[in-house]
Design a protein around this ligand. Structure first.
Ligand code: FAD
Length: 317
C-alpha cells in the first residue's frame, strides 16, 4: 500500500526505519536479522522501512535485493531512488523491478555527483533528463501515473546548494506541485528551528505529510562528521552535554538515545508531524532503546490490520 494510505489508517504515532544495503552476503543476513528483531514484539512495528540508493545507481542491485528481502518479511518498503548521473534505463529498470516486487513507495532524490571512482563505472549518459528531484517526480508520474506514492527530501537547514531558506522552500514546493505525496527531512538537532521551518512550509502551501528524520547520536566522531557535512546547527546545550563524554563511546550512545527520545516526544507533542523516520545507520541498539523509552505499545502505531502478524492479533483482522 501507499505510505499515505498507511498514514491515514494508523492508530497513533508511527515510525519508519532507514537502512542502507550491506556490501556482503553475510552483512545482508545480519541486517535482515536486525530488521526482523526491530519489527517484532514487544516493539511497535514500523509503518515502513526505507532502503537507500547509492548515487548514480552504485548500489542498484544491492538496494533492490535488500528491498525484496524486507518485503518478504511482510514490511512495507520505501525505495530511495536518485536520478542524476543515472541513465534513464536504470531508473526505468528500478521502477519496473519495484512493480514486480509489489513496492509502491519511492523516495525521489537528486543524489550527489558520484565520487570519481564511481564515474569510471557509471558514466553519465543523459545529463539533461534529470537535473533535480522534481524532474524525477514528474517522470515517475508521467510514466506510472498514480501507481507509486512518491516522497521527496526536505531540509530544515537549507540544502548547501540553496541560496536562501526561501529559495530552498520554493523548490520543495515545486517538488510537491510536481506530484510528491510526502516529505522525509534531513536529520537535525534543533527542534525549535525545525518547528519554525515546518510552519513556514505550511504557510507557503506545502500540505503533504512531513516526516522528520531523526538520527540518534552514535559516537562523537561520526556525529561531528555528519553535522559538518550537513551544516545542521546543534544547540549549545547538546555540545556542552557531549563535551565531557566525547571519548566515552558507550556514554555518547546512551546520551544519543536519551536525546532522540526527548526530540521524538517533543516533535509528536507539537502535532506538527504524524510520526518520525529513524536513520539507523544499520545499527540496532539505539533505535531499540528509543522505542523502549517511548513506551509505545506494540499496537500503538499500528494499522487496524498490521503488516506483520502480531501474537495477539489475527493476521486478517
Ligand atoms: P533537489 O530537490 O534537486 O535539491 C537539490 C538542490 O537544488 C537544493 O538546493 C534545491 O533547493 C535546489 N533545487 C531543487 N529543484 C530545483 C530546480 N528545479 N531548479 C533549480 N534548483 C533546484 N542520497 C543518495 O545518494 N542516496 C539516498 O538514498 C539518499 N537518501 C536521502 C534521504 C533523505 C531523507 C535525505 C534528506 C537525503 C538523502 N540523500 C540521499 C541525499 C540527497 O541525494 C542529497 O541531499 C542531494 O544533494 C539533494 O537531493 P534532493 O533530492 O534533495 O535534490
Amino acid at each position: 500500500p501507499h505510505l499515505t494510505s498507511l498514514l491515514a489508517q494508523r492508530n497513533g504515532p508511527f515510525h519508519t526505519f532507514e537502512f542502507f544495503p550491506p556490501r556482503t552476503e553475510a552483512g545482508l543476513v545480519n541486517l535482515l536479522d536486525r530488521v526482523r528483531r526491530l519489527a517484532s514484539e514487544p516493539l511497535p512495528a514500523p509503518l515502513a522501512v526505507s532502503v537507500t540508493w547509492g548515487a548514480g545507481g552504485a548500489t542498484a542491485d544491492r538496494s533492490l535485493e535488500l528491498s525484496e528481502q524486507i518485503t518478504k518479511l511482510g514490511l512495507e518498503v520505501i525505495l530511495h531512488l536518485t536520478c542524476t548521473n543515472m541513465p534513464k534505463e536504470k531508473v526505468d529498470d528500478a521502477l519496473s523491478k519495484c512493480k514486480e516486487m509489489g513496492i509502491t513507495n519511492i523516495l525521489a532524490l537528486r543524489g550527489d555527483p558520484p565520487r570519481s571512482e564511481e564515474y569510471a563505472v557509471i558514466p553519465p549518459t543523459e545529463p539533461d533528463l534529470f537535473q533535480h528531484a522534481d524532474d524525477l517526480v514528474r517522470y515517475i508520474r508521467a510514466e506510472h501515473g498514480d501507481y507509486f506514492c512518491i516522497g521527496v527530501a526536505g531540509y530544515p537547514t537549507p540544502h548547501l546548494d540553496s541560496e536562501s531558506v526561501e529559495d530552498d522552500l520554493k523548490w520543495l514546493k515545486v517538488k510537491c506541485d510536481a506530484g510528491a505525496d510526502f516529505i522525509i527531512t534531513q536529520l537535525f538537532y534543533d527542534v525549535e528551528g525545525f518547528e519554525s521551518w515546518i510552519k513556514e512550509c505550511r504557510r507557503i502551501g506545502i500540505s503533504v505529510p512531513i516526516i522528520p528524520g531523526v538520527m540518534p547520536i552514535q559516537n562523537f566522531a561520526s556525529f561531528r562528521r555528519l553535522v559538518n557535512l550537513t551544516h545542521t546547527p546543534v544547540p549549545v546545550s547538546i555540545m556542552s552535554d557531549l563535551e565531557p563524554i566525547r571519548t566515552d563511546d558507550a556514554a555518547v550512545k546512551r546520551y544519543g538515545a536519551k536525546l532522540a527520545t526527548q526530540m521524538v516526544r517533543r516533535l509528536l507533542s507539537s502535532s506538527l508531524v504524524p510520526g518520525v523516520h529513524f536513520c539507523t545507520l544499520n545499527l540496532e541498539k539505539s533505535v531499540r532503546t528509543i522505542l523502549e523509552n517511548l513506551g509505545w505499545s506494540a499496537e500503538s502505531n499500528q494499522l487496524k490490520s498490521s503488516p506483520l502478524p502480531r501474537h495477539n492479533q489475527l493476521i486478517d483482522d
